[in-house]
Design a protein around this ligand. Structure first.
Ligand code: IPE
Ligand code: IPE
Ligand code: MG
Ligand code: MG
Length: 343
């Protein structure tokens, strides 16, 4: 009975996401096509590298948010499609750089660009994608759009730098962690919500509500991703997992573990984290995170933030698009829950 209920819940959550995406299907197809044709804007010598990076199938979460926020606040225009393309290209650039820093091998079920061509080439490829996205953003007649996109991109990179500064830092606090993930991940979700509304010409209160929705949802999303790194499977995730502990990234489940630990345990866990080897010790630590309910607690934290995100939407007049934004958030809540159920 429980199994039936769980799979029924999963099916209903997937149906909600499907319905949400269905509402913006033509625009999302246009985004897809546009992303894939961007390689042609580059020198023939590098076209193939860009085509490889742009040819991968991501979940397109940021385009979905930008389009739904746009549609919830006015009719969708070509500007919204441009915005969605730009956000996805920035995201892609950060993934290319992130995979270099993490030494990741697989992304979107394919070898990473660093695995294929080495770090030196991949760094510059990421730069090309950033530069190209900003070039597209500069085409908006209102340069406020470009400014806000550049701001978000700067936040993402700064968040990744601060995270790197705190690798293997056992003194990292939970508020420090949230500040980092708000910058590295939620900033782009916030820009999607905010600019979707801005391009529709929405008023400041509505625009702020959608920005805050994006910020909360993006934060919850990174908590989910950090749980996935510990409790997920690579086949399902389509990317290299288990790297956070190896690279000394202290994520929420581990921070909860350390917070709850006795002084002796803290010492022992700390040594394993700092030494990082053998890998089996890190796997044991990950199991300890699950056994002590720290993954479950992180999931509950993510779900609370999803509810906070949904609450922001009450400020908008109800339409099928605001319902769709609720459903996207609900889908995340459900997905994160399944992760803990498996664990
Ligand atoms: C991965 O983002 C990086 C994080 C911010 C957690 P996504 O999970 O949105 O990756 P894609 O775009 O679907 O590949
Ligand atoms: C990276 O976080 C988020 C970015 C802003 C690029 P992660 O390092 O956890 O992302 P994944 O797990 O590699 O996708
Ligand atoms: Mg990574
Ligand atoms: Mg991750």
């Amino acid at each position: 009975v429980i199994l039936f209920t769980r799979s029924a819940l999963r099916a209903s959550a997937a149906a909600k996401l499907h319905n949400a995406v269905e509402l913006i299907k033509p625009q999302l197809s246009a985004v897809e096509e546009r992303i894939r044709e961007q390689a042609r804007a580059f020198d023939p010598a590098i076209e193939n590298y860009i085509a490889y990076a742009c040819g991968t199938n991501g979940k397109r979460l940021r385009p979905v948010l930008a389009l739904l926020s746009g549609a919830a606040t006015g009719p969708l225009s070509a500007g919204h499609v441009d915005l969605a393309v730009i956000l996805e290209l920035i995201h892609l650039a950060t993934l290319v750089h992130d995979d270099i820093m993490d030494g990741a091998e697989i992304r979107r079920s394919q070898p990473t660009t660093n695995a294929k061509w080495g770090n030196a080439l991949a760094v510059l490829l990421g730069d090309c994608l950033f530069a190209h996205a900003l070039k597209l953003a500069a085409r908006f007649p209102d340069n406020e759009v470009c400014r806000r996109i550049a701001d978000a991109a700067g936040n993402v990179c700064s968040g990744e730098i601060i995270q790197t500064q705190h690798r293997f830092d056992l003194k990292l606090t939970i508020p420090d962690y949230f500040r980092i993930i708000e910058m590295k991940t939620a900033a782009l979700f916030a820009a999607a919500g905010e600019l979707g509304a801005y391009v529709s010409g929405a008023g400041p209160a509505t625009t702020l509500a959608l920005k805050t929705y994006g910020l909360k949802l993006g934060t919850a999303y990174q908590v989910y991703d950090d749980c996935l790194d510990i409790g997920g499977t690579e086949e399902n995730a389509g990317k290299t997992l288990g790297l956070d502990l190896q690279r000394g990234k202290l994520t929420l489940p581990v921070l909860y573990l350390l917070q709850d630990a006795s002084r002796e345990e803290h010492q022992r866990f700390g040594e394993i984290l700092l030494r990082g080897t053998p890998e089996s010790a890190l796997e044991d630590l990950a199991r300890e995170v699950v056994r002590r309910g720290c993954l479950r607690r992180s999931v509950e934290t993510a779900k609370k933030m999803v509810i906070e995100a949904q609450t922001e939407l009450k400020q908008l007049s109800r339409s099928r698009y605001t319902v769709a934004l609720q459903d996207v958030a609900g889908f995340l809540s459900n997905t994160v829950d399944q992760l803990a159920a498996v664990a």
